[in-house]
Design a protein around this ligand. Structure first.
Ligand SMILES: NC(=O)c1ccc[n+]([C@@H]2O[C@H](COP(=O)([O-])OP(=O)(O)OC[C@H]3O[C@@H](n4cnc5c(N)ncnc54)[C@H](OP(=O)(O)O)[C@@H]3O)[C@@H](O)[C@H]2O)c1
Length: 276
């Protein structure tokens, strides 16, 4: 993999975090290229030692860089993805592994725009990739080789963990891990609100909630214990924590979480197949 020419087309928050992970892992900057819309974004990427072009300065930037790549990562917003594909289709090498990060756009839709390009992979990363702790789901087109999946796995392992799934699981994966940071931050917001209501200062509430979350996550990771076991360790029968768990359990969180997940999957299906 260390000789692969990797090109990021559309290098915003998600694309640049993967790109930076790749650089940090020691991939040679001369093997990495990127495009952006604005020249300002391209200039800041060039400071990393890679070649970066903007569409603002070179209207053929995407096809130019895609033409000389082994692995092409499509990192524009979903609404811009199909135009980008049309732009590069003629120049893209047929052997190139193409990895889309776009939420909601199916492999069949991409394949229709890229006839003769079998190596298609769909990915769903999440924002902790920015700090090297992402989780990325990958689904390969039936036409793709096992090597292409290995290439995509290698790429996203530079910024965290990778899970291979079937494409029909991507929307559920997206609801769990892609949107996962939003679930967690929303819980933090609510937890913070109830701490404030108890008279703690903003600073104290932030510290109590966030450090508890980070510490608990570290404990989970470093001990490798089941969450259930760690929870029981702080829950004496008949004690105060037991009251908290009983109260939360009355709200049937499993049902609520399942409902939230299903609503996200339904929305992803609507976005992929708009009516009219
Ligand atoms: N953010 C997430 O949590 C997340 C999670 C999973 C998947 N994704 C997917 O990742 C993709 C990118 O999301 P993002 O959050 O990274 O978006 P973003 O920060 O807005 O980045 C989009 C990038 O595309 C560039 N761009 C726009 N038009 C272009 C064109 N015609 N040619 C080349 N580059 C162009 C932009 O350039 P400028 O920098 O000049 O504006 C920017 O660098 C989306 O498809 C999204 O569905 C995102």
């Amino acid at each position: 993999m260390d000789k692969l020419k990797v090109c990021f087309l559309g290098t915003g928050s998600m694309g640049s975090s993967v790109l930076k992970g790749l650089l940090a892992a020691g991939h040679h900057p001369k093997l990495i290229s990127a495009t952006t819309n604005s020249e300002a974004s391209a200039a800041s990427l060039r400071e990393l030692g890679i070649s970066a072009l903007s569409v603002e300065e070179a209207s053929d930037a995407n096809s130019l860089l895609a033409a000389d790549s082994d692995l092409v990562v499509l990192g524009v917003k979903p609404y811009a993805l199909l135009d980008l594909i049309d732009e590069i289709a003629a120049e893209l090498p047929t052997t190139a592994v193409v990895v889309s990060m776009a939420a909601g756009i199916e492999l069949a839709t991409i394949a229709k725009r890229l006839p003769g390009h079998p190596e298609l992979i769909r990915s769903m990363p999440n924002t902790p990739a920015l700090v090297g702790s992402g989780v990325t789901g990958l689904a390969a087109a039936d036409s793709a080789t096992a090597r292409s999946l290995d290439v995509a796995t290698w790429l996203f392992e530079q910024v965290g963990s990778v899970v291979e799934v079937r494409e029909d699981q991507i929307n559920a994966l997206s609801a769990i891990s892609g949107s996962g940071p939003a679930w967690i931050y929303f819980l933090i917001e609510k937890w913070h609100e109830v701490a404030l209501a108890q008279g703690f200062t903003e600073e104290q509430a932030k510290l109590l909630v966030e450090k508890t979350l980070i510490g608990s996550a570290k404990l989970l990771e470093l001990t490798g214990e089941e969450p259930n076991k760690l929870r029981r360790a702080v829950t004496s029968p008949g004690g105060t924590t037991a009251r908290i768990i009983e109260t939360l359990d009355q709200a049937d969180l499993t049902h609520l979480f399942d409902k939230a997940l299903r609503s996200a999957v339904a929305r992803a299906q609507e976005l992929a197949n708009p009516k009219g």
